[in-house]
Design a protein around this ligand. Structure first.
Ligand SMILES: [Zn+2]
Length: 215
C-alpha cells in the first residue's frame, strides 16, 4: 500500500534519452549524421550534470560514437577502447608547458591516414580547459596519441559558457569540425552545427527564465 501511495507522488520526470528534465529536454536538436570516423568522447565527471554541455547531444547525433565518463581511466579500460587496429588521433592542441609537466611530445599526425577515414578514431576530451589538460596529464595513453590540429574553424557559436575564450569551441563544434576535416566533407556536418545553434538558443532562453524568476 505504501508503495502504491508513493508512486502517486509527483516526480520530476527525466527524458530517458538526453537524461535531462522533461522540461529542458534537448532531443529535438539531435541530428543523426552519417560519419565514417569513430568518435570516443571522454567526459570529465564535472561535465555530466552541466546543462550547457554539448557532448551528449553530439553523442546522440553520431551513431559511431561512445561517451565515457571519467578523469583518470584504468590503462586496461583505455587500451580496450583504443585497441582494434584503427588509427587513433586526439583532438587536442599542442600547448606550451606540456614538457614541463613531464609529458612526452606527441607523435606527428600522418596525413596519409586521411586516405581512409573509416580506419580512423577520434578521441575528444570533454571538460574545461583545465580539466581536459588534467585528463591528458593523468592518462599516459592519451599522451602517446598524435594530435589533430584543427584548421580554419569558424568562430564559436557558443555564447552560453562563462570563461569561454572566443577561440575556444564547444565539444560539439570542435568534434564536428574535426570530422569535417578528417572526412573532407563540410556539407554533411552542417545540419549538426545548425542544430547546435538551436540548442544554444534554448539554453539562453532557460537562463533568462531562471534570471527573471530569481528577481
Ligand atoms: Zn530528451
Amino acid at each position: 500500500m505504501v508503495a502504491a501511495h508513493l508512486s502517486n507522488l509527483p516526480k520530476r520526470l527525466h527524458c530517458p534519452t538526453c537524461l535531462r528534465a522533461q522540461s529542458s529536454c534537448i532531443c529535438q536538436w539531435i541530428r543523426p549524421t552519417p560519419h565514417a570516423v569513430e568518435v570516443v568522447v571522454l567526459q570529465h565527471p564535472l561535465e555530466v550534470a552541466n546543462a550547457k554541455g554539448s557532448a551528449r547531444l553530439l553523442h546522440l547525433s553520431l551513431a559511431r560514437s561512445r561517451l565515457e565518463v571519467g578523469e583518470a581511466f584504468a590503462a586496461e579500460a583505455m587500451q580496450a577502447m583504443l585497441a582494434d587496429g584503427r588509427r587513433t588521433v586526439l583532438l587536442y592542441p599542442e600547448t606550451a608547458g606540456e614538457q614541463e609537466l613531464g609529458m612526452p611530445a606527441p607523435p606527428p599526425f600522418d596525413p596519409a591516414w586521411l586516405a581512409d577515414p573509416a580506419q580512423l578514431r577520434l578521441v575528444v576530451l570533454d571538460g574545461t580547459w583545465r580539466k581536459s589538460r588534467k585528463m591528458l596529464y593523468l592518462n599516459p595513453l592519451l599522451q602517446q596519441l598524435p594530435r589533430l590540429p584543427l584548421r580554419d574553424t569558424p568562430p564559436s557559436h557558443y555564447l552560453i559558457r562563462k570563461a569561454h575564450l572566443p577561440d575556444q569551441l564547444s565539444t560539439l563544434e570542435a568534434t564536428t569540425y574535426a570530422l569535417a576535416q578528417l572526412e573532407a566533407d563540410q556539407q554533411k556536418f552542417m545540419p549538426l552545427i545548425a542544430a547546435f545553434d538551436g540548442f544554444v538558443s534554448q539554453q539562453m532562453a532557460q537562463q533568462a527564465g531562471h534570471a527573471s524568476a530569481g528577481t
